[in-house]
Each structure stands twice: as C-alpha cells, then as structure tokens.
Write a protein that binds this ligand. Structure first.
Ligand code: CP
Length: 298
C-alpha cells in the first residue's frame, strides 16, 4: 500500500489491520502515551472542499504521531498564479513532505495524481466517489460496539447518490461479509443494483442505522422538500424507539438538524455520532502510520 486512495484497494486483512492499529492508538492516547513513529516528518493537508472533522482529525492524528503539519490553503497558494496541483505536490515533496492528505471535489483527480508523485497520497474525500478514512472510522465504531464476530445488517439512508461515505462504507462492509441495505428518496438512490428497504422496516431490522447528510451543495435540482423530509426519510426520536435494543445510530456529520435527524437524537444512548468523530483521530493515526511503515520509514 503506497497510497491510501480507495476502499476497493483494501482486502479484508488490510482493513482489519487498520482497525487493530486504531484500537492500539486509542488505548495508547487514552493512557496519555505517545510513541511518535513519525517524529520530525512533514505531512501536508490540502483541502479543496470545506471540512472540519476530517481536516482537524488528520491534523491531530499527524501531531499525535510526532509529525509536523503543513496546512496548504489553495486561495493563498501559487495555484492562484496558475501552478498545477501536480507541481504543487512535487514542490511539497521537495520541501520534505512524505505524506499528503487531499480532499477534492473531483471524483478521480487524487487517484490520477498518485501515479505521478513519489510522496504517498491519502484520500480525505474525493467528490461523490470515495471517503475511505471515514469508512475505517465508521467500521471501528461498529466493531467497538458489536465486537468482531457478529455479522451486521447496516442500513444507509438518504442522499446515497451524492454520498462518498455511503459508497466507501458499502465496499468495506461487504468485504467483511456484512449486509448493507439502502433507503431514501428514489431520485437519490444509485442507478446500479443494490438492496433497498422501506425506511420503517430498515429502522426496525438493522443493527446500524446510518443516516446521511442531505448534500444540498451537490444538488443539481430540488430533490426533496426540506420542510417535510424529516417525516419521510428522517430519523425522529419517536421512530428511533422502534430500533432493535442494541442497535446504534450513526451519521458522518455535519448534520442538517430537523432534515435527516430530529434535534436531540445525538443525546440518545444509541447515538454514536460523537464517538465516530473521536474515532476519526485513531483511524487516521492508523492510516498515516501504516503508510509510513509501508514506505520503509522514509
Ligand atoms: N464527515 C466529514 O467528512 O466531515 P467534514 O466534512 O467536516 O470533514
């Protein structure tokens, strides 16, 4: 593994190794221990789309590992003078960066650059296609709650069409033998074959109810009525009472309150939304340190 680009590139043992390593780092950090395997290395963060969780959790992860972080700001960089992203990456490499974490609106750009650079690229969200580090932190959250042995039924609900989170989660979960079902407005479902369930059935039968953000900024037209969505495909506190006794609620966040989730859902004991965010640090420590090791520590 020279880059971390896509869930499609990971086999089940690589996925489980990333989870094991995340759990190791979680325990270490909770015991206030820092082994700093990337001491004095430089990691660059290049975010071409807005982010709070992914950007800062990669930054915390890198710093926990001992690395220095370069925060690249596209608007104040020489991209404004016409420099290409490829030349930007080669420049960062010349300055000593070994790992570059990139978020971009283009589905394919990060992967296409990966063959042209010597530094290792980490996909922090590629368009509508992939968000592989989110899928690792989501899996970590599920495994912490249910253990490793249980085969789960995971329901993913909402704006599947525009969701890189849904696609990365589906790939990883199916590789590990879990069942994935979708629900949501017909126009926002993928065009390819998948398993669908009506929303109330999904809520009652799934171990994980993963609600997705309605990605209004990617909508080419009005797909939903914002005011009434909560009562068609949104999770209300009343509906959440229908969930299995040990089922959990997940959401990658940010959240459109009272659109896909009723205000206050995050306070239910079954909500893992803030655990997901916390686990983002450990999952990303695992990803960065694994890549560093795969590079032979240089
Ligand atoms: N879940 C997620 O990717 O959040 P951010 O957009 O804030 O990084």
């Amino acid at each position: 593994m020279r880059h971390f680009l896509s869930t499609a590139h990971l086999d089940s043992s690589q996925i489980l190794n990333l989870i094991d390593r995340s759990l190791f780092f979680k325990k270490q950090i909770q015991n206030n221990q820092y082994s700093k395997p990337l001491l004095n290395q430089f990691i660059s963060l290049l975010f071409f789309e807005a982010s709070t969780r992914t950007k800062f959790s990669f930054e915390v992860a890198a710093k926990n590992l001992g690395a220095n972080v370069l925060n690249f700001t596209p608007e104040t960089s020489s991209l404004e003078k016409g420099e290409s992203l490829l030349d930007t990456l080669k420049t960062l490499e010349s300055l000593g960066t070994t790992l570059a974490v990139i978020r971009h609106s283009d589905d394919e750009l990060i992967e296409s650059l990966s063959e042209q650079v010597s530094l290792s690229l980490v996909n922090a969200g590629a368009g509508k296609k992939e968000h592989p580090s989110q899928a690792i932190l989501d899996l970590l959250t599920m495994i912490e709650h249910f253990g490793l042995g249980r085969k789960l039924k995971v329901g993913i609900v909402g704006d599947i069409h525009h969701s890189r989170v849904a696609k990365s989660n589906e790939t990883i979960l199916k590789k590990l033998g879990h069942e994935v079902v979708f629900s949501g407005p017909k126009d926002l479902m993928p065009k390819t074959a998948h398993t669908y369930e009506d929303f109330p059935t999904l809520v009652k039968t799934c171990d994980v109810v993963m609600m997705l953000r309605m990605q209004f900024e990617r909508h080419e037209k009005n797909y939903i009525e914002k005011e009434s969505y909560l009562h068609t495909f949104g999770l209300t506190k009343k509906l959440a009472k229908e969930m299995k006794s040990d089922a959990i609620i997940m959401h990658p966040a940010p959240i459109n309150w009272d659109v896909e989730l009723e205000t206050g859902i995050d306070q239910l004991p079954s909500s893992k939304i803030f655990t997901q965010m916390q686990n983002g640090v450990y999952a990303r420590m695992s990803i960065l340190s694994t890549l560093w090791e795969m590079r032979g520590g240089k």
